[in-house]
Design a protein around this ligand. Structure first.
Ligand code: RIB
Ligand code: CA
Length: 317
């Protein structure tokens, strides 16, 4: 039976591949896509989610826009320019590199949190939430509808890092953009998985990967163009011409748990550090007395991950 999921995201190039993987896998029952501010403002996240879903040809998946900034408001956000995103990985549209057609997938009128509540309420079985952007919508859901927590099977997050960060030396973007939300999710009592930079940096878009994805009928040209744009920005910002593709890794581990080695550990989010706000202190060695509150992804079988992604794109084509 396919796993019912809500995908909460901020597309974004790597979120795009998370959407494609979720929409194309027969092991996933994609019940909703919800957008959040992160890589760009929420209006662009929602529009881009609609563009990507329209490209897949998959219909009947509602898309709604959610929170426009972190739970505590804009003053809690990192100050890295006048728009969300800091270093500009994704371009002005939030998804530069391909000229998308007008989306055929409409925007659901509801707020993302209302849509999540409807999906959970109507579902006869618990639903998995996959979060590939800042966790603002997810935390807001947990606060607004605590009675629905038993209807959430687990929350899988592309978030954090066991080592270094990206948008700050020790802070990963999705946690940095809303550390309080991440902390609420981790302390919710719902099973949480963290798929962080330490594992997503094992999913590198090499020349071979680009060629393989580019060869997919129908979707390949757009997919390759988007990845080439991302390679350019990653090279300029981080000196990485073969960039990591973070967000689809967390969907892949839902589809095939054998792709990723994990360990239970305690995670706390730094909420106050002068230089480390949004850092994730992940106690892999068990040196604190804090109990594990998450499953932490550590090792990715990268060849099999790319195989899954390209096979799924071929199915969608
Ligand atoms: O740090 C990587 C994460 O930040 C990814 O989800 C990417 O889309 C950006 O939002
Ligand atoms: Ca993202």
């Amino acid at each position: 039976m396919p796993t019912p999921i809500i995908l909460d995201c901020d597309p974004g190039h790597d979120d795009t591949f998370a959407i494609l993987l979720a929409a194309g896998s027969d092991r996933v029952d994609l019940r909703a896509v919800t957008a959040v501010a992160g890589n760009h403002v929420v209006e662009k996240s929602a529009l881009n989610a609609r563009r990507v879903l329209s490209l897949t040809g998959v219909t009947g998946v509602p898309v709604a826009a959610g929170h426009a900034g972190p739970l505590l408001g804009e003053h809690a956000a990192p100050r890295q320019g006048d728009q969300y995103g800091g270093p500009d990985v994704h371009g002005n549209s939030g998804l530069d590199g391909w000229d998308f057609a007008e989306p055929t997938v409409p925007q659901d009128e509801r707020h993302a949190v209302e849509l999540m509540i409807s999906v959970l309420t109507e579902s006869t079985e618990p639903v998995t939430i996959v979060a590939t952007g800042p966790q603002t919508n997810v935390a807001a859901l947990l606060l607004a509808a605590p009675h629905l927590r038993p209807k959430i099977r687990e929350i899988l997050c592309m978030a954090g890092s066991t080592h270094r960060g990206n948008f700050l030396p020790y802070s990963e973007a999705n946690v940095l953009f809303d550390p309080e939300a991440a902390s609420i999710v981790l302390n919710s009592g719902v099973p949480v998985t963290y798929c962080g930079l330490n594992v997503t940096h094992q999913a590198l878009v090499t020349a071979e990967v680009l060629a393989e994805i580019g060869s997919v009928p129908r979707l390949g040209e757009a997919a390759e163009a988007l990845l080439r744009f991302r390679s350019g920005t990653y090279d300029r910002i981080w000196g990485m011409p073969e960039p990591p593709l973070h967000d689809p890794v967390v969907v892949a581990m839902l589809i095939d748990p054998s792709l990723v080695g994990c360990q239970d550990a305690n995670i706390v989010v730094e909420l106050h550090g002068a230089f480390t706000r949004g850092a994730t202190a992940i106690d892999l060695a068990g040196v604190t007395d804090r109990k594990p509150n998450a499953r932490v992804a550590l090792e990715l079988d990268a060849p099999r991950f790319w195989q899954l992604l390209t096979d799924t794109l071929r199915k969608l084509a």
